[in-house]
Design a protein around this ligand. Structure first.
Ligand SMILES: Nc1ncnc2c1ncn2[C@@H]1O[C@H](COP(=O)(O)OP(=O)(O)O)[C@@H](O)[C@H]1O
Ligand SMILES: [Mg+2]
Length: 411
């Protein structure tokens, strides 16, 4: 790709590092507004102009997401490749850029990767680029900044989509941009000059509720109200008719006195249907089932479907051990990142990637009462009537969004 057109805001991203005393740039706002591609291109151009033989950091949420969202697109940006030789050595997570008699080194880090944190502690950096910085731990970001302090003329490049207004990045950097000597630019999708009306509509359709306000309107707002308004309005509900499914999973949220919830998922024409559910509350029934009872219920629930894997609440250790012992199913501990899982589930519902069959009445009832806890400044759901909600989240975050999750395969 080439930058044939740049919006006025994008032009500022290309210029700020040459004609100002700013130490940093912060671009926040809507998704697809052209933050990442402009920033990484201008970061590389600046690095190649200002330094030779220097080391830089390019950071994403994980190394994998940085490779997909930054390194891969960068390799097709003609504004870079026309002037420089770009080599990515995957085993070292190292991008080497040469040209105009210079060579510089760009290491890829994942803010959420434990190993990245250890590695970044040891190096001196002339510039740092942090993509989706609000998804990284504050300690990682502080460490990355610290690594630049000994280099004169080092600079920081941050971008993110909004989160809660109590988020540390909003408070420390966005609100204090002046004190930090940072240029703050707020992006909307209208700042991306290449988006077609269809792309705008597609992006808008992906989000609702607080995610719409944050990712489309670009606002730092707290999460309140229903978590899945789209689900609560029945917009993801379909009839329980016969379908030809080609793959099956079961997702489980474990509970003894609290409800134990299972969802049976089938894939048909690219859509995952929750076509059956199991829901048992020890408290309501006045009888707490044992792990063996639940195991027998699981066997009857699974019928003869060829279940690819059971995705389960990672804290259900006794039940996981029992399933392993019986060896009938392949078991995988779920990725239990709550907020990320909710975000992915909301998008999956909204885009029609998952649908709920109308026989799943407990799930549909939970959609109507599953709310954000307004007493917290961070994104925290109210922990009531959230059992089907949890097993859906486990399924989505572990099976549908597995690239960034962890594969803690039980066997
Ligand atoms: N000025 C531009 N010229 C060409 N393509 C652009 C331009 N600005 C953005 N894009 C494209 O628009 C899409 C979204 O941009 P991206 O930088 O990923 O947005 P964000 O990081 O804000 O989510 C990408 O495919 C990107 O290449
Ligand atoms: Mg981006």
């Amino acid at each position: 790709m080439t930058f044939e057109k740049l919006s006025p805001k994008q032009k500022q991203v290309f210029k700020w590092c040459y004609n100002s005393d700013y130490k940093a740039i912060i671009c926040d706002g809507a998704v697809r507004s052209g933050k990442t591609i402009c920033m990484i291109t201008s970061f590389i151009l600046w690095a190649m102009r200002a330094f030779n033989g220097a080391t830089f950091a390019i950071c994403g949420k994980s190394v994998g997401s940085a490779e997909r969202n930054i390194i891969l697109p960068l390799q097709s940006v003609v504004d870079i490749t026309h002037y420089f030789k770009v080599t990515y050595t995957r085993s070292l997570h190292l991008l080497t850029i040469e040209g105009m008699g210079k060579v510089n080194y760009f290491y890829i880090f994942g803010g959420k990767d434990e190993k990245s944190y250890q590695l970044i502690q040891g190096i001196t950096l002339s510039g740092i680029f942090l993509d989706e910085v609000a998804l990284m731990p504050q300690s990682f970001v502080n460490q990355a900044v610290t690594r630049t302090l000994s280099v004169e003329n080092s600079r920081y490049w941050f971008n993110c989509n909004p989160e809660s207004p109590e988020h540390w990045f909003y408070k420390d950097w966005v609100l204090r941009a002046d004190e930090q000597n940072a240029l703050h630019l707020h992006f909307l999708m209208s700042d991306n000059p290449t988006l077609t009306q269809k792309q705008l509509d597609d992006a808008e359709r992906r989000f609702s509720g607080v995610f719409y306000d944050r990712y489309i309107k670009g606002l730092w707002v707290i999460a309140d109200g229903l978590i899945y308004p789209f689900g609560a309005e029945g917009k993801a509900t379909v009839s329980s008719e016969e379908r030809q499914y080609i793959r099956y999973y079961i997702s489980i949220d474990y509970g003894i006195h609290n409800p134990f919830s299972m969802g049976l998922w089938g894939l048909c024409n690219g859509v995952w249907y929750r076509f059956d559910e199991y829901y048992y509350s020890g408290r309501k029934e006045n009888y707490d089932k044992t792990d063996n009872d639940y195991y027998n219920d699981l066997i009857s629930f699974a019928k003869d479907y060829p279940i690819k894997e059971i995705i389960i609440d990672p804290s259900a250790t006794s039940f996981i051990a029992l399933m392993q012992k019986n060896c009938k199913f392949r078991v995988r501990r779920a990725n239990n990142d709550v907020v990320e899982g909710i975000r992915n589930t909301a998008t999956s519902l909204q885009t029609g990637k998952i649908k709920i069959c109308d026989c799943c009445t407990n799930t549909l009832a939970e959609f109507s009462s599953y709310r954000w806890n307004e007493k917290f400044n961070e994104d925290v759901p109210i922990k009531e009537n959230d059992h089907a909600m949890d097993d859906i989240r486990y399924f989505v975050n572990t099976v549908l969004y597995h690239q960034d999750g962890f594969f803690a395969q039980v066997r």
